[in-house]
Every structure is written in structure tokens, then in C-alpha cells.
Write a protein that binds this ligand. Sequence first.
Ligand SMILES: [Zn+2]
Length: 338
Amino acid sequence: MKGTVLYGPGDIRFEDREDPKIAAPTDAILRLSATCVCGSDLWPYRGLQPIDGPTPMGHEYCGIVEEVGSAVKFIKPGQFVVGSFATSDNTCPHCLYGYQSSCMHREFMLRAQAPFLRVPQAEGTLVATPGVPSKDLVPSLLAASDVLGTGWFAADAANVKSGGTVVVVGDGAVGLLGVLSAKQMGAGRIIAMSRHEKRQKLAREFGATDIVTERGDEGIARIKDLTKGIGADSVLECVGTKESMMQAIHSTRPGGYVSYVGVPHGVELDGQQLFFTHVHLHGGPAPVRRFLPKLIDLILNGAINPGKVFDLALPLDQVAEGYRAMDERRAIKALLRP
Ligand SMILES: [Zn+2]
């Protein structure tokens, strides 16, 4: 088969690779229905995160089970499954506390921008749908694999409550789905921070009630204006830069909650400054597996349509164009069809 490999900044190649094979009795092999490019893939693509030689790419996936190892009992060939970017046994103490992305047997997935994929810990990582879903649901189910699961965790970790005021920092796919998640959790007011017209429109469609285009100190001042000088109950930081983190912390009311799900790059916090803000901080790689059964239900019932974040669909062999389009912010998120 062919698969996606990053050789260096801006150098994505779709090239011959070995077909994945069952390597452990707990593995499964999937034939992917769709995969995509993640915002976090752009860090190494832009040369902002070093790579150790040619690196196979991709960690978002859904598809049909082709083959399973001898220890896999409940995931069966022919099933349609969705998995997380982090594998989990779903039985260790961290998993049982709901932090499957810190599983004692965790591996971060790679190699998913390809037609076939080996998934370790298949039984604890994958969730099967009741039947094979119709094609129009595939983009939304793919979104559940990472961006929706991460947006949902962002809202959950920021303690979004019915009637609460929520701010979302970041208008990438995760931020937009953080808006959708906050709406589902009953937020009364959802303020999306975005200066990009197409993304503002989608944020409104997903439930944003206000849009703030200012950033930094001006952005914080605007949030204070909109909340009678108090600050928001819940703030979702979905970027990962120092500026966005500061914007999130200082937009939150004393006693409020900040979640952070953007992989941090150059974020440093001043202890004393943090001390006097009085905010709760909770984030990290989203335990998507915790939320997958619920998210799959919401998608299959037609309650949510997170697949709308894919505004570009390409054949998998044009993956390099998917990276370019997202890098240049011509696309919010690129779906790839094997
Ligand atoms: Zn575990």
C-alpha cells in the first residue's frame, strides 16, 4: 500500500509502505473509510516541532475491521469502528478513572493517513457502531476520532454547565467543535473568538451567541465587557500558544474553569500571576475513548453534525494538498478518502 510520510518542513510524500500486519494478539487491522489532516500535524509540517527522520503521519481514523488478533473477542471483522488517537486497554486504573489517553498501555497512533491501519489494544481502543453507517455519516464519525472528542473534553474539563457563560479561544476544528459541545451541554452564552468569516459562520451554526475578533489584551477586555466585568464561567483554550493560554486564563472569572487541549508550544505560566487569578486549570490529550459511545449515539441520532468542519475532501493520494490548504488556512480541515 501507499501511505503518508513527512520528510521535513513542507515535505509530505505519499509513498510505498509495508502493509500493516497483526503484530500482537490484541491488534486489529482496519480498512479505513476516511482519515484526515489534524491541526497538530501542522506543527511538524511547519518545522515548529522537530521530527526524527521520515515520520509516518495520521492519527484520526474510522473504517471496517479486516482482521483481529487471537485475544480480540468483541471487535469483529466486518464491523465499522471508530478509535481514538491514543490507544487504551480500557481496563487499567487510569482508564477506569476516565483518562484513557493516559492508559498504562497507551500508544499514540501514527500512520493513519493510509488505506490500512494496525490498531493496538483494539478491544479497549475501538468502538463499533450498531451497523455499517451510511456514507454521509462517515465525516461526522471520523470527527469523533479526535476533533469532536477533543472539543467535547475541552467543554467537559472547563466544567460547562447549563446556563453558564463559555468562551472558546481558537477557531480551528477543535475550537468550533468545542462550541458545538458547549451548546449540547446547555451553555447559556457561547462567545467564540475568531477573526475568520467562514469560521465565525460555522461557530454560529454550532451555537455561538457572540463573536469576538480582538485578541490578546483587547480580546480579554472585550470578554470582560460582554460579562459585566466578571469574566466567563468556562473558557476552552484550543490553540496551544502562550498568547491563547493567557487570553483564556484572563478571560475567566475568579473560581471559573480553563481547559486547555491545544498541544502547548512555548507556553510558560507565572506562578504568582496564576495564584491571583483563582482559576481551575485542567487539560491534556483528550481521553476521547471516554466520550466515544455517547458521541457516536449523538451522531447516529442526527442530534449533531460535527462533520461540517471538513470543508475540503480529497482523494488520499492528494494528501500533500490537504496539508497545504490547512497550512494556508484555505481549509478548516481536510478529509482524505482512501
Ligand atoms: Zn488503560
